[in-house]
Structures are given as C-alpha cells and as structure tokens.
Design a protein around this ligand. Structure first.
Ligand SMILES: Cc1cc2nc3c(=O)[nH]c(=O)nc-3n(C[C@H](O)[C@H](O)[C@H](O)COP(=O)(O)OP(=O)(O)OC[C@H]3O[C@@H](n4cnc5c(N)ncnc54)[C@H](O)[C@@H]3O)c2cc1C
Length: 458
C-alpha cells in the first residue's frame, strides 16, 4: 500500500517567519520520501498546503493558516557531485550550510549565498535569492540547471530552464509545487578565505558614487548603511567588497595554507529570548551605529576573512531574531531601478527622519535580472533594513514607502514581506498575470497556498 498522510510525522503547531510576526497555526507534515511528499500533497485537505524549508523567509511565505505546511528538511540527501564539472544534484531540503561543508573541501562553493547559510536549496529557488555577487552572478536560479517539481496532481515533473514552469517556479514562493531536487552549477574556489577591501563612505551620494565607479572590480559587494545618521552624514556607510582569496594569498607554512579549504564556522551562545528593555532603543542603536562606523577603517585592502565572517556574521549567534522580543520585527527590502537615485535618496531621508532604530541595514547594487516571473532583483539599488514591529508609526511609514517604490517602478521583496497591500502588487510585478494564469492551469483546485498568497492574491 502507498504512503498516506496519516503515516507521516505531523503536528499542529504555531508557525511564523524569521521576523516572528503574524504567527498562524498549521499542520506541519514532515515527508521522509518522495512518495510521502506526493501523498502529503494529495491528502492535504481543503485549506491546501505550502512547502517550507528552514523558515528564514521573514514574513508569511512559508505558513498556511488552518492548512498544511510541508517541512521539506527531512528530504536532504546529496545525490551526486561532479567534482570536475562543478555541479551538485541534491534534494531541495539540503541547506546551503551542508553544501558548504561537503563542497568546500572539493574546491567548490555555492554560486549564490544570502546573509545566512541556514536556508534550503528549495527556499533558495522558491524565493530566487540573491547575494553580494548579484551584480556579477545574478540570482540563485541562474545557476540551477534543472529541477524536479511535485505538482498539485501528485505527479513529479522534470522542469528545464527556459520553460514557463521554470520561470514561474524560480521566485514563485512555493506556489507552483514542491521542489524535490535540483541540479546546481557551483563556483570554483582555491581557498575558504575571502580577500576583502573595506572603505567608509561619508554620505549616500559618496556611497553610490563609489559603488558605480568600482563595483565591477569585485565579485562580492555590499554596504552597511547608518540609517540613524542625519544632516550631512545621512546615508554614511561602510563598504565591504572582495573575492575568494587565491591560494597564493595565503602565507607559506601557515595553518591556513596547509588546509586552505577548511570550513569551521564558530558559534557564540544563543541570543537570550529577551534583552533588557530599551536595548534596541534609538539611543543605543545610534550609539552602536556610531561605533560601527568609527571602528571601520577608512580604507583597508586585502584583509583575509573567513567565509562565515564575510557572508554570514549573524549565523554566529543562534536565534538572534529573538532580540526583538515578542513583537518581532519587520524586514523591509525594496529595489528601485537605475536612474531612480533620487527616489532612493528620498526614501533614505524619510527613514532617517523617522529615526528607525535599525542597525541591520544594507544597500547593494543589483545587476541584470533573471527570468523568474516573481523574481525580485532588477538592475538598480536595493535597500534592506530590520525594524522592530512595535515602532510607532511604522505601518504608515512603510505604506508611504511602498507607494514611492511602486511609483518609481520598483518592488518589495516577497521573501521578506509580511505587510504589503495587494493593490500595489501588479505594478511591482508585471508578470503577475502570467503567474496567476499558469497556477490556475496546473493547480486548478488551489492546492498550493500560503498566508502570503492569500494576503496578496498571488
Ligand atoms: C539573516 C538572514 C539573511 C538573509 N539574507 C538574504 C539575502 O542576502 N538575500 C536573499 O535573497 N534573501 C535573504 N534572506 C531570506 C532567505 O534567503 C529567503 O527567505 C529563503 O527563501 C529562505 O529559505 P528557507 O529554506 O528558510 O525557506 P522558507 O523560509 O522556509 O521558505 C521560503 C519560500 O520558499 C518556498 N520553499 C521552501 N522550500 C521549498 C521547496 N522545497 N519547494 C518549493 N518552494 C519552497 C516556501 O514556500 C516559501 O515561499 C535572509 C534571511 C535571513 C534570516
């Protein structure tokens, strides 16, 4: 007899995104085989289901009130590695952390990594994630050679690049089906260290000028930006850019040279559930930002940093998202196109005038877009910031910013969103109509659904 939902580990639990806002209750089903995954999809009931990876989307993309959530992390096998050609075939529940552990010793790195390595391959494709190398390497889907998708009819389809189903699935937020496996093209590296250049920018214009002038010299680039600085210092920033260090950059007879592909990220103790009242106040964040800016060198080149330090500093503090307390936090990320620098300036000014206590704010320049219909990146400027959800006036501020972004032809990132109003979605994502039509065709009963999809009418 085939697998049924009743045979699988399943619990009714409260589910949230990484920002811990808007929790809803769902039946969390954990398939251990592809047959179980198919049975879970066929038997998920009237409220439908949505695949979930490691829950790092900030908002409500991987939750489904009153329905099913398919926890795909139980399907996490690495099936094949081509160590010469640099490809990996793996289950979608494998994390990028695991891929790094396995692939770095072989001289390969994931082609795109976000600010945390605790995301799954399924989540990376579902949100079509971008990294610090977007201006050079595009988003994750650019490196996906093919994938297998479990669709609403319970069948498994092999989906090739260049097909409508591929373009609807990459960035499709889990709404076309459950990705079961993917074949991914990797990035060759000689060492597990990064060669990093750091510089300070005195204000937003200085920062943008530096990014435009020299970003193309670097594979990876990102700027931490002080959104509490005001007056002449509005938008001051610390710019860090770099590339994988070549073997010759490591000094002879050092431990690093003897074991150049070692990957041993360190961890601090988990963040406490609550920090003392007021620790994330404007005053303390402003003080922290001042310190961060001042401690950065005015200009330093060729510093060797561990991969984890350069790409994933927050992963060193497990559960850091708890520091915002019960109310959680909103991550707001938008992109506006090249030529919309004035809009960016206006938005940065508005955020800094509102005095948002945000110490995790980054600005990056995106390169060419990839074909995913709901893929977020377009060539231009993207700003991402964390804001405590309880900040007075936050809803009105972000609604106003959404309007500015939409008017400028930009968009907000669905993997971070928990609050966008549906009216603006079509302007932000012009391929929305195609996406809806394809979903209606391959999933006529609406099996795949999430809180995000209901809220925005995806
Ligand atoms: C600290 C931090 C830093 C981040 N930095 C970045 C960044 O730099 N760039 C960036 O792009 N994002 C960034 N993110 C967001 C994160 O990369 C994405 O939200 C990613 O989708 C999370 O993957 P996940 O495995 O946790 O998926 P989840 O959060 O569980 O799910 C995310 C989406 O993917 C879908 N999905 C998950 N698994 C599957 C599957 N098997 N099949 C089909 N769909 C699936 C879900 O339905 C959902 O819509 C960051 C998040 C954090 C917490």
């Amino acid at each position: 007899m085939g697998a049924t939902v009743a045979d699988m580990p399943a619990d009714t639990v409260s589910v949230t995104g990484w920002g811990r806002t808007a929790p809803t209750t769902a039946r969390l089903i954990r398939p251990r085989t592809y047959e179980e995954a198919a049975a879970a999809v066929r038997g998920c009931g009237a409220r439908g289901g949505i695949p979930r990876g490691l829950g790092r989307a900030y908002g409500d993309a991987a939750q489904n009130a009153g329905g099913a959530v398919f926890d795909m992390t139980g399907l996490d096998r690495i099936h094949a590695i081509d160590a010469d050609g640099g490809t990996v075939l793996c289950d979608a529940g494998v994390s990028l952390h695991r891929l790094m552990e396995v692939l770095l010793p072989l001289g390969w790195f994931v082609p795109v990594t976000p600010g945390t390595r605790y995301v799954t391959v399924g989540g990376a494709i579902g949100a079509d994630i971008h990294g610090k190398n977007h201006h050079v390497s595009g988003s994750f889907s650019r490196h996906v050679l093919s994938l297998e998708l479990l669709t609403a009819d319970g069948e498994i389809r092999r989906v090739r690049r260049g097909t409508p189903l591929f373009d609807a699935t990459t960035g499709g937020m889990g709404l076309t089906g459950v990705i079961l496996t993917a074949t991914v093209q990797l990035q060759p590296v000689e060492t597990s260290l990064m060669s990093v250049d750091t510089e300070r920018a005195r204000d937003l214009d200085d920062l943008m000028a530096r990014l435009v002038a020299t970003d193309d010299h670097y594979r990876y680039s990102v700027a931490w930006i002080d959104l509490l600085a005001h007056g002449a210092a509005t938008g001051r920033a610390v710019l860090t850019r770099g590339d994988h260090a070549p073997l010759e950059a490591l000094r002879e007879s050092t431990r690093a040279r003897r074991d150049p592909l070692a990957f041993r990220p360190s961890h601090l103790p988990a963040a406490p559930a609550f920090l003392p009242e007021g620790l994330l106040s404007r005053r303390t964040v402003s003080w922290f930002n001042e310190l961060w800016y001042r401690k950065a060198p005015r200009a330093r080149t060729g510093e060797l940093q561990k991969l984890a330090t350069f790409f994933h500093p927050l992963d060193g503090v497990p559960h850091w998202n708890r520091i915002y307390g019960q109310g959680g936090f909103v991550q707001y990320q938008f992109v506006v196109g090249r030529g919309q620098e004035e809009t960016l300036r206006r938005i940065v000014l508005r955020i800094s005038e509102h005095r948002c206590p945000s110490f995790l704010a980054v600005l990056k320049r995106f390169g060419d877009a990839d074909p995913g219909w709901l893929s977020f990146p377009v060539p231009g400027w993207t700003l991402a910031l964390d804001i405590p959800a309880a900040l007075p006036g936050l809803a009105a501020l972000l609604d106003a910013l959404d309007e500015e972004v939409a008017t400028a032809g930009g968009r907000v990132y669905l993997a971070k969103d928990s609050r966008l109003r549906p009216e603006l979605l079509a302007a932000m994502y012009p391929r929305l109509t195609d996406f809806r039509a394809l979903r209606a065709e391959i999933d006529p009963r609406g099996v795949f659904v999430s809180d995000l999809a209901r809220r925005l009418g995806l």
